[in-house]
Design a protein around this ligand. Structure first.
Ligand code: SF4
Ligand code: FES
Length: 201
């Protein structure tokens, strides 16, 4: 695999062909915030909090660092006015769903995001997909899935699988950037504990 030289925040960084900007930055100890990224999972590109500014072939663009592959002579800025503005707006939108998430609150402080900017829609889930993808890709159990479309999209434990697989696993719990996953699991457990006539089974 050939070596690629790029510049991140004014520093020359050596990366391997096929690496993303995020991987190159992490290998050089340069921090880029992420919410839907996990090193064991395929890149997903859902949260966009990893947005960075790049300069290539004379053009400047905003890209998701967890998806964009490194190129020779790429110039990357992990913080700029445009980057910070995008991250601030994304955080304000996510905080409308999960206003009490400590992870979002920390980021909000860093980027000056106002958690009251958008009307609250506390679904508590920011649809990062970490739980769904970890269960499918790493555990190969598919005990959690996305259901519905558009604004009604949410995660759901599949009770028949969760009853068998989740009680001694719960590896997805610490991945959730909000408390949505734990709350959803408790609800599933309560439903599973109901007598069959009450669950409609
Ligand atoms: S429940 Fe948590 S981990 Fe799962 S998609 Fe929602 S925010 Fe992400
Ligand atoms: S971490 Fe890159 S889009 Fe979520």
């Amino acid at each position: 695999m050939s070596e690629i030289l790029l510049q991140i925040d004014g520093r020359e960084v050596k990366a391997k062909e096929g690496m993303t900007i995020l991987e190159a930055a992490q290998s050089a100890g340069i921090f880029i915030p992420t919410l839907c990224h996990h090193e064991k999972l395929e890149p997903y590109g859902a949260c966009r909090i990893c947005t960075v500014e790049i300069e290539t072939r004379g053009r400047t663009n905003l890209v998701a660092a967890c998806l964009y592959p490194v190129e020779p002579n790429l110039v990357v800025r992990t913080r700029s006015k445009r980057v910070d503005k995008v991250r601030k707006m994304l955080l304000e939108l996510m905080l409308a769903h999960a206003p009490d998430s400590p992870k979002l609150q920390d980021l909000a402080q860093e980027y000056g995001a106002d958690k009251t900017r958008f009307e609250k829609e506390p679904s508590f889930c920011i649809l990062c997909g970490l739980c769904v993808r970890y269960c499918a890709e790493v555990k190969k159990k598919n005990a959690i899935a996305f259901v519905n479309r558009g604004p009604r999209r949410e995660i759901m434990f599949i009770p028949e699988i969760a009853a068998k697989e989740c009680w001694n696993c719960k590896e997805c719990f610490p991945l959730c950037p909000t408390s949505a996953l734990q709350a959803n699991y408790l609800l599933t457990e309560a439903i599973m504990a109901l007598p069959p006539s009450r669950t409609g089974v």
